[in-house]
Structures are given as structure tokens and as C-alpha cells.
Ligand binder design. Structure first.
Ligand code: ME8
Length: 506
């Protein structure tokens, strides 16, 4: 059975991973966990992009041999993913032999078909973005400098003239436009599609795909004076990672490439054109999410304001960090990160709304039922758990559309509903007159908490596990959907577990 194949970008190893890298990878992990919980076979690929001028320069600045430098920095990404509870299925480094040899094969194939040819490149190059720019893309500013036209970058460009291999991108202009027209869910989210359509309609130029001035790269087969342009090399990772043709057919075509908006063009124009040239099916969609600023400013080396995920998790925990990133900024939009807004959401939504709720319910079961979990009552009257179950399909639809924020908003509406319900029913009063009705209410509340725990598992796996332990879920596999929760109850067994608050107030 074909697996749902999702990917993150391969991150450059020039510097330590920051909140932006964590964001994309957490989003991919959340989607993968959601799908696994639905018993969908999933393949999540991430990795590191290790060749090219940018890495060569950074290793020189660090005073380390480039291999050692990339080794060390790639490991930092893997360690961070472990820390952030990212469960990927494969991690690819572009310096691995499995990748390098297949990149050379692809290059040779394009040479043979005539889709790659030798020429001469004259123009400008941004090392930071590893991007070619033309004279008209980057006119000189008032000081006579040519700066990278990417507004997120604006670094000075290098003037380059060198012999270069080119990829016949121009040939794919019409086929690309046709593909976009016929596959409206290829360019996601829809509000970003126009930018790509305008760009392709305005005319595609052939692009350079090799460098002679950069030594740290994969040699062009049969012409080792040239190394393969880092983007041509890196994009291919999505197909070089599977080791065998069986593994390849299990995952390809990818279901979604999740990328930041600044590399959307590479993924929605260059990459599908490369695949067409290689005679391979195209991914089903490319999803570009927005960018984080920090306290209203762009993150940059000169400002020194890169947010280190470990600093945040050290204070607030891994789950709160994962939750905040996906709750604060709708996936696809831009947003701002600040400790202040993180603290506000932490205290209001995690400590108060959810943490307190779990505490209250566990406490009441302890007090009024001696800690024994309430079992199904005789009538099983219309209950909140049934109302919650009706929300399941909408939450699932949001998740499938990568609308993580929408899903969380809906889940928290349910959490709010539980808090109101407790206040209205006031079990602490009711227990004095009607213990059976109290039991029924507590049974419903525990069931609802089990449903909530299943919904939040993709976002906050540690919290879901703690909730399951506290509310007596001993089944394996743990019930993660409302249907599984409702089907899996054994009446009146087990005990609640009293535990410290899920989210101590900050
Ligand atoms: O571009 N906000 O790697 P990279 C949100 N190697 N996301 C951000 C972000 C921010 N401020 N900053 C970075 C490369 N990201 C290439 C990719 S793929 C074949 C090659 C995230 O290390 C976002 O996902 O610069 C963005 O696309 C990625 O990091 C860029 O990582």
C-alpha cells in the first residue's frame, strides 16, 4: 500500500537549528502523528543540505574541515528533533553516498536527453540563498550595490561569470501551467498560488545547474571541473532517499512537501520541471507556510536574535513549545514570536483551560468515587462525549488540510465546554443528594478527557501520555479517536492517578 509521504526541507548546516527549522519539522511531525493514529501508513523524511558555497564559507569561518563541520552540525539537527519528540522515518544527508550517486545518475540522464546542456553563465549569485539572479532582477541601489532581491535576505550579491551546465527550464513553462490548472490542490495554500502562476506565466529562463568556482559539491559526471548546483542536488533528495525501487514505489509520488514560503518557487517550479524531465510523477502538493518574526523583527545573524528552541523548552517544556507554534500562527500565514504571547497562551490555554480541567476531574473522581474510575451507567443518557464525537470529522478535516490552528481552536472549544459543564453541574453539590447522577457526570467527563487526549496527541504527545495515565487508560494501543474511546471502555475498572499539574503556572 502506498504510504502517505511527507517531507520537510533539508536544512542547511551552516549554523545551529532555530525556531524556524523547528516549526516546519514540528508541523510535519504533527501531521504524521495524526495520520498514524488513523492507521494510515506514513513516511516522514527530513534531513540536512550540506553542499555548496554557503557551507564551504561557513566551515572556513568556523576553522573546521568541511566534512567535520557538516558532520557536527547535521548531528545538532538530529539531536534537536529527538529532544522535540519528532518521529521521522528517514533522515537524509546530501553528503551520503546513496544520495550523491543518484544525483549523478539524474544529471547524466538530463545530459543524455538534452534537458541539460553546457553554456556560460553571466550574472549574480547570492551565497546566503544559494540563488542565481539576473541583472534585471537585481538593479544597483542608490549606493551602487546589488543586493539579493529576496526581501528576507538583502545580502550583497556576487558577480559571477563561469562556464556552466544549464537545465532547460523554459521548455517546461507550458507543461507546468497545464499541471497547475489541472491540479488545483498542487499549489497550497491557495492564497499563495497566484504568485507562482504569475511568475511562470511571465516566462521561464533556463537555469544554471553547475558551478566551477565551488569545490564542495557533487562532481558533474564526466566533467569533474564542475560541481552540481546545490539546489539541483538538494531537491533530488526527495527521490534519492528510498534505497530500492520497492521502497520508491511505496512512497513516490510525495503527498506533500512542506516548505517555508521563501523556497516555494524552487519546490513548485524548478522541482516539478526536473521531475517532468526525469519522466517521474509529480508530488500531489507543495505547501508553503509563512515566516516567524521575533518581537516584530526578522531573525538575522546581525541582530543575533535567532530563537534557540532549547531555551524555550527549558522554561516551558517541549509540548508547550509545539502547541504554541501551531496555535499562534495559522499554518500558511506569517506571524510573530514573543515570550510574552507564549506565556499568555501557556497560562490561559494550557495551565488554566486544560491543566486545571484534568486536575479537577481527577480530583473529583478521587474524592467522590474513592479514585475508582466510573463505569458506563445503566442509561448512558445523551452525553457530552456524543457531542464531542460529532466534532471529530471537522477536526480531522482541518488536520488533513494542515489547518492545525483551526483544529486546535475547535479542540479548545470542547475543553472550554467541559469547564462550563462542570461549573453548571456542580458535582460537589450534587454528590450530597444524588451520587448516581454524579457518577454519570464524572463518567462523561472522563470519557471526554480521553477524547481530548487523543485529539491533542499529535501536538503534545507527552501531555497526552500523562493525561492517559491520570485518567486510567491502560489499553494498548491507546484509543486516539472518539470512536475508539467509546468502543474501548470497560466499565468500572481501573483507578485514576493523582499527579502534579500538567502545566505549572509561569
Ligand atoms: O532553504 N519562519 O534551508 P534552510 C518560519 N537548504 N520558518 C523558517 C524560518 C522562519 N523565520 N526560517 C527558516 C534551505 N524556516 C534549503 C532547503 S530543500 C530541498 C533545501 C524554515 O536551512 C522553513 O521551513 O535555510 C524554511 O523553508 C527552512 O527553514 C529553510 O531552511
Amino acid at each position: 500500500m502506498k504510504k502517505y509521504y511527507l517531507t520537510t526541507p533539508l536544512y542547511y548546516v551552516n549554523a545551529a537549528p532555530h525556531i524556524g527549522h523547528a516549526y516546519t519539522t514540528i508541523a510535519a511531525d504533527v501531521l504524521a502523528r495524526f495520520l498514524r493514529a488513523k492507521n494510515r501508513p506514513v513516511h516522514l523524511l527530513t534531513g540536512t543540505d550540506e553542499h555548496g558555497a554557503k557551507i564551504e564559507e561557513a566551515s572556513r569561518e568556523a576553522g573546521l574541515p568541511v566534512q567535520e563541520f557538516t558532520e557536527r552540525n547535521s548531528a545538532a539537527f538530529r539531536e534537536l528533533w529527538q529532544h522535540l519528540d519528532i518521529r521521522y522515518d528517514d533522515f537524509i544527508r546530501t553528503t551520503e553516498p546513496r544520495h550523491e550517486s543518484r544525483v549523478q545518475e539524474c544529471f547524466a540522464k538530463l545530459l543524455k536527453s538534452g534537458d541539460a546542456y553546457k553554456g556560460r553563465y553571466r550574472g549574480y549569485y547570492c551565497v546566503s540563498d544559494e540563488t542565481y539572479w539576473t541583472e534585471t532582477d537585481a538593479p544597483p541601489d542608490e549606493k551602487g550595490r546589488r543586493l539579493c532581491p529576496n526581501t528576507e535576505c538583502r545580502k550583497p550579491l556576487q558577480e559571477v561569470e563561469e562556464e556552466s551546465y544549464f537545465f532547460k527550464l523554459s521548455k517546461y513553462q507550458e507543461p507546468l501551467l497545464k499541471h497547475y490548472r489541472e491540479n488545483p490542490s498542487f499549489l497550497l495554500p491557495p492564497h499563495r498560488a497566484n504568485e507562482i502562476l504569475r511568475f511562470v506565466e511571465s516566462g521561464l529562463q533556463d537555469t544554471a545547474i553547475s558551478r566551477t568556482k565551488v569545490k564542495w559539491g557533487i562532481p558533474v559526471p564526466g566533467d569533474p571541473e564542475h560541481t552540481i548546483y546545490v539546489w539541483f542536488d538538494a531537491l533530488l533528495n526527495y527521490i534519492t532517499a528510498p534505497q530500492s525501487s520497492e521502497a520508491f514505489t511505496e512512497i513516490w509520488p510525495a503527498d506533500v512537501h512542506i516548505v517555508g514560503k521563501e523556497i516555494y518557487r524552487f519546490h513548485s517550479v524548478t522541482w516539478p520541471a526536473m521531475l517532468m524531465a526525469l519522466g517521474l510523477p509529480l508530488p500531489k502538493s507543495v505547501f508553503a507556510h509563512g515566516w516567524w518574526t521575533v518581537d516584530g523583527e526578522k531573525m538575522s545573524k546581525s541582530r543575533g536574535n535567532f530563537v534557540d528552541p532549547r531555551e524555550i523548552t527549558g522554561e516551558f517544556g517541549v509540548d508547550a513549545f509545539r502547541y504554541f507554534l501551531l496555535r499562534e500562527m495559522p499554518f500558511g500565514n506569517d506571524g510573530n514570536f514573543s515570550l510574552d504571547s507564549l506565556r499568555k497562551r501557556y497560562n490561559a490555554e494550557l495551565a488554566n483551560d486544560l491543566g486545571n480541567l484534568v486536575n479537577r476531574v481527577v480530583d473529583m473522581v478521587d474524592r467522590y468515587l474513592g479514585g475508582a474510575l466510573p463505569g458506563r451507567t445503566k442509561q448512558d443518557t445523551p452525553s457530552l462525549a456524543k457531542e464531542f464525537t460529532a466534532q471529530g470529522p471537522t477536526i480531522d478535516a482541518h488536520m488533513e488540510e494542515l489547518n492545525f490552528c483551526g483544529a486546535l481552536i475547535l479542540i479548545w472549544k470542547c475543553v472550554g465546554r467541559l469547564n462550563i459543564h462542570i461549573n453548571e453541574k456542580a458535582p460537589w453539590k450534587l454528590v450530597k443528594t444524588d451520587p448516581e447522577a454524579t457518577r454519570e457526570i464524572l463518567f462523561d467527563l472522563v470519557r471526554c478527557l480521553r477524547i481530548v487526549a487523543g485529539w491533542i496527541e499529535p501536538f503534545m504527545p507527552q501531555t497526552a501520555a500523562k493525561m492517559h495515565a491520570q485518567i486510567g487508560v491502560r489499553q494498548f494501543p491507546v484509543p486516539l479517536s472518539p470512536e475508539q474511546v467509546l468502543a474501548g471502555e470497560s466499565a468500572g475498572t481501573g483507578k485514576i492517578l493523582k499527579a502534579p499539574p500538567l502545566f505549572p503556572r509561569k
